[in-house]
Write a protein that binds this ligand. Structure first.
Ligand SMILES: C[S@@+](CC[C@H](N)C(=O)[O-])C[C@H]1O[C@@H](n2cnc3c(N)ncnc32)[C@H](O)[C@@H]1O
Length: 270
């Protein structure tokens, strides 16, 4: 396991283990993040989330009636994940604290990895694990930050992250993320009111996030700043990744630009 991944997982645990109980995402957010995977793909199937954080996505899965749910995370966020999932009343699940890049299972019908690969020292090692843990005939789905559409984040937020990710988490959360997110909150709420703002930076993303309240903005800003490792991934890189797997049905693969600054991608295993 890379020391950097452990540091990243420890940093995220400070984020996930200091949130109110339950999911930070609405059901609509969960549904859209997983799309094109939908309830039909999951009902009576085994599902694995690699890098599950506090289970904010997993908490919504029981509505899709899977046969069994497995969540894996390297960080102590597995504690809040376990608690959040048990509070849904679901029984057919297990949460494991492990490095996802070396995680090995008999295979799952659906494997997803959302918001994780871009934080790994070696993102391709994470994707190899996603594909390896997908059963033959099963589906996998990932989401990463894009290189495209993120100039403001890459040139303004990321240099700040490189400094403040070394500071105590509470300092970053309350004395850096909080004052920084106030102007962005006002900007997003304003530009999402009209398409006349559509050529401004982060317009599509702002329309998405402005549906949520201030505390969600603060959570996302802290998540961006607390992590010691973030990459921004180009469409070309994803195309090359997907093409490199002989056991992935190349006709099944997809890459979808999301909110103008991230990529959803996936496919089926032969
Ligand atoms: C931004 S969070 C995403 C959590 C969740 N998927 C979501 O969308 O809410 C990234 C998660 O990846 C986990 N992580 C990072 N490196 C990991 C590794 N090598 N193995 C397992 N989990 C890892 C972190 O601990 C963190 O909880």
């Amino acid at each position: 396991m890379s020391v950097k991944d452990q540091n990243t997982a420890d940093a995220f645990a400070t984020s996930w283990n200091n949130l109110p109980e339950g999911s930070v995402y609405t059901y609509a957010q969960f549904e859209e993040w997983l799309q094109p995977i939908s309830k039909n793909d999951v009902t009576n199937k085994t599902v694995l989330e690699l890098g599950c954080g506090n289970g904010s996505l997993l908490c919504h899965l029981p509505a899709w009636e899977p046969k069994f749910i497995t969540g894996v995370d390297l960080g102590a966020s597995v504690l809040s994940c376990e608690k959040n999932l048990s509070q849904t009343g679901v029984k057919n699940y297990k949460i494991e604290q492990q490095d996802l890049t070396t995680y090995s299972s008999a295979g799952h019908d659906v494997v997803y990895c959302i918001g994780v690969l871009h934080h790994l020292k070696e993102p391709i090692e994470g994707l190899k694990s996603v594909v390896k843990n997908t059963k033959s005939g099963g589906r996998f789905h990932c989401w990463v930050y894009a290189k495209e559409g993120n100039a403001v984040i890459i040139y303004i937020v990321d240099p700040i992250r490189k400094v403040v990710s070394n500071l105590p988490w509470w300092f970053t959360k309350y004395l850096v993320a909080l004052p920084l997110v106030v102007p962005y909150f006002l900007y997003a709420k304003l530009i999402s009111t009209s398409s006349i703002f559509k050529s401004l930076p982060l317009y599509n993303y702002s329309c998405w996030i402005s549906q949520r309240e201030f505390h969600f903005f603060h959570h996302v800003a802290f998540d961006q700043l607390v992590t010691p490792q973030t990459d921004y991934i180009s469409k070309q890189t994803i195309e090359n990744w997907l093409a490199s797997f002989p056991d992935v049905d190349q006709k099944s693969t997809y890459i979808i630009f999301r909110n103008g600054n991230s990529w959803k991608f996936g496919g089926a295993k032969k």
